[in-house]
Design a protein around this ligand. Structure first.
Ligand SMILES: [Mg+2]
Length: 257
């Protein structure tokens, strides 16, 4: 592990988020607990808003489909007292989250809650200390910077727009999520290069996940595996197959001519 000199043809850096720019624990230990701890208060404060009613309507439709599942928590009908409906929604959200479900209805409410939490400063996106200095340096060297994460583009923009180091969105030319394809599929990386308007050979992809690195490399990108505290341990074979870095400081990029 040490310094990594990237081929001169690399003009663009594509970054993963979790385990790369941001501790892998951020989502599990900050974002998800935020929902569990605040869903009741959020519903009480936003109940009169159209968006909140729409979220509840979608959760109720989902609940109708879920009624056969183990431990199912129903949401009372609209004729019921508001406090009882809210409690039903709270219990249903906790139940879905305890099963790590990713229903559209749940994700929609979570997205709206996170947006409010970031905007009010209750939640701030975490980035490792070496990230912003590197982004600044790469930008000054004329590199283009993009994000590719399985979190939605909207969630990515919140994390970087309201980060512990302020608004970082100015550093990025664009964001990709899994609407372009899965992160473990080479085709996704070819499509990203097409969207950016360059060859995959012009792109350096940084990630903590070997299967993603493999897919990007197969598509023709230069890759490095990022080793951060709390990331899943790499096998000796994985360590041998890819350049490893523990900090973005270790990357040397040639200035764009
Ligand atoms: Mg990752």
């Amino acid at each position: 592990m040490g310094s990594l000199t990237v081929p001169a043809c690399v003009s663009t850096v594509l970054l993963d988020i979790e385990g790369t720019t941001t501790p892998i624990t951020f989502v599990k230990e900050i974002l998800f607990p935020y929902i569990q701890d605040n869903v009741k208060e959020y519903l009480e404060n936003h109940w009169q808003e159209e968006e909140c009613q729409e979220d509840v309507r979608h959760l109720r439709l989902q609940a109708e489909k879920d009624c056969e599942l183990d431990g199912f928590v129903p949401i009372p009908m609209n004729q019921t007292e508001v406090q009882q409906i809210i409690q039903g929604v709270v219990d249903n959200v906790h139940w879905q989250m305890s099963l790590d479900r990713k229903t559209t209805a749940l994700k929609q409410l979570q997205g709206h809650m996170w947006r409010a939490a970031y905007a009010s400063g209750q939640v701030k996106g975490e980035v490792y200390a070496d990230v912003v200095p590197a982004l600044r340096k790469w930008k000054e060297a004329g590199k283009k910077l993009y994000i590719f994460s399985s979190g939605s583009v909207e969630a990515q923009k919140l994390l970087f727009g309201y980060s512990i180091e302020g608004d970082l969105l100015e550093y990025f030319q664009g964001h990709f999520d899994t609407t372009v394809g899965l992160k473990v599929e080479s085709e996704s990386y070819r499509k990203i290069a097409d969207h950016i308007g360059c060859s995959t050979e012009n792109i350096l992809f940084l990630t903590d996940i070997t299967r993603e690195a493999e897919a990007a490399e197969e598509a023709g990108m230069t890759v490095a595996l990022v080793v951060r505290p709390g990331n899943a341990a790499l096998t000796d074979e994985e360590k041998g197959n890819y350049p490893l870095i523990t900090s973005f400081e270790q990357i040397t990029l040639h200035p764009v001519q």
